[in-house]
Design a protein around this ligand. Sequence first.
Ligand code: IVH
Length: 733
Amino acid sequence: MPQKDVVDLSEDEARIELERLAAAIAAADIAYHQNDAPEISDAEYDALKQRNDALEEAFPELVRADSPKGKVGAAPAEGFAKVRHGAPMLSLAKAYSDQDVVDFIERGRRFFERDKDLELAFTAEPKIDGLSASLRYENGIFVRGATRGDGTVGEDITANLRTIEDIPERLAGSGWPEVIEIRGEVYMTYAEFQALKQRSAAIGGQDYVNPRNTAAGSLRQKDPSITASRNLKFFAYAWGLASSEPADSQFGAVQKFAEWGFKVSPLMVRAASADELIAHYRNIEAQRASLGYDIDGVVYKVDRIELQKRWGYVTGEPRWAIAHKFPAEQATSVVRAIDIQVGRTGTLAPVARLEPVTVGGVVVENVTLHNEDYIKGVDSKGEPIREGIDIRIGDSVVVQRAGDVIPQIVRVVLDKRPEGAVPYEFPQTCPVCGSPATREINPKTGKEDSRRRCTGELICPAQAVEGLRHFVSRGALDIEGLGAENIDLFFAKGLVRNAAEIFTLKDRRPEVQLALAERREEQARAREAASGRVRKNVRSVDERNFEGLDKLFAAIDARRQPELDRFIFALGIRHIGETTAAALARTFGTMEELIRVGKDVAAAADPIAAFPSVDGIGGTVIGALADFFGNERNDDVLEALLRQVQPQPYVLSIATDSQVAGKTVVFTGSLEKMTRSEAKAMAERLGAKVAGSVSAKTDILVAGPGAGSKLKSAQALGVEVISEDEWFERVGG
Ligand code: IVH
């Protein structure tokens, strides 16, 4: 939106704009801090704040009682107990240019002008893009942890923070103050974020937008074992209330934190001049992409605590510190096409194909458009989400990598919209199989799902091939030598059209051999073309592959009696991951029984009431089971499959007299005497229940070397922890 210069504004105009800014910033704060779902980019947010500051400076008499300046975040969300911080959690002033940094240091020099020989040194450290947390230690023991909230009052998330490995339960070393609030940032690594996204996609679960919001959501879980499963991290960088100062400098304090057992940023340095600070900023910026987690700037702080105190504070911010932000990495490109990808669970995922463009050193060609509403430019309530409205083919768009690895379209350049560009029409049928694609209504909320799904299920080739890949994947049937690449090939050649046909592949041996040989030939030719070298001694197609093929067929045969839980997981029923599959196997014992119950539930007026109560299985899973077993097409598929494979009945506790019978056990860390699945099978044979994560219901945690967050949760919950050897002693060899 074109903006008048502040000097050109009348008082009335300024008043109206200040009101609008206060509302917009408050709304953005709630979206970001309470809902973990930002509706505007950081750059846009900062622009609003800057404009507000400029207006307040020009019109001091118009500063509102609810001025956004000096306010930090938003009031705590409902649901957690409130905690008043011993000292407020502050925000930081921001620098957007080198000049802003020079000005900051100049202000410092002027402030301390009288002190002739004063050495004004600063620290420079990365600004981690996560959530700040305050951890209260009394006599070296972690007693309470809270979110920032509005800076004065946060939420009590102690149980969740206890699951984070980087947060010591007891401080190491010595010399800590009797009471101290350690402040720092909780964050999620890209690796953890991607792994979570994949796990969720595999069961058709929710989508995650970026590591920061996911970390926020993970910290606000009611069940700490969910937080534990997210493997969050923590860097300590400051402190609040302290019965005595931990050190006389920022640098010294952070060193102390490290001695006490915290992780601290390895990129912190001490420097005296603007040039040195800016040089370190460039240095950190250059490493940004390889850190493995998001940072959004560099924080400079006056090093000596005594000088910090003298320089003091303005509303909600220290004068003695500033955050030098990285510019948002943006570039403009053109949308060439919008493609729809169909996933295993039928989700139609739109992807914008862009003219390749470099954004922050990475070439971006494909950008997810999330869903239909997103393309239209509205959120789930129909409210606009971006300036420039909808995205059309031919549009010029601003692409941003805001530190996130995942590029996003933040704006459409409307001036450049080609004449005749029409709104994108989201397909109402599956582009792969032509079945109707619908938006489900969530029975709980009554709201339409943001994603459209293909209803073709297994008749949809896209879903079928994804389903086959899943069927042979590691947690499922795990067939050696039959990875995604071979599945794609056999599917494309019509040799395997459904899971049952994997087991009859042997009958089509000549065709399989030919398909494999042709692919090798193609690959070899492609390599030749790329390298310019020509192969010698080319063997005929028939001479190769015999041995490999026998092995493949043997591996397939070896899986004809899979464990029941693997088999259930392999079916790829929506919302049924490995843990849920295991719970179903344990409860129903045989596939026949699960089918019988599934059919009953599918026919029942109230599926949830018809389903027996099973730990860890709720409405979503029951609904998915009803859908699956209520769909006649799946009957044929299952029948054909069960003619080929015989899932082993789940053996319920043979031993009821063992020491672990009836106990819930969790294994973690690396086990040395048995594999994880052996451990599980053994425990279950002895009548124990094996869980994937630690909760209040866990009785025993068997922890091998390298045990991490599960060990921490167990300790936090007072669960008995034993070693692998102790486990063997207990179960008698
Ligand atoms: S110091 C007195 N250091 O940035 C200053 N903050 O905009 C207290 N942040 O709420 C904060 N990395 O969430 C400080 N190395 C760092 C930081 C950092 C990230 C966050 C923190 C704070 C926000 C202020």
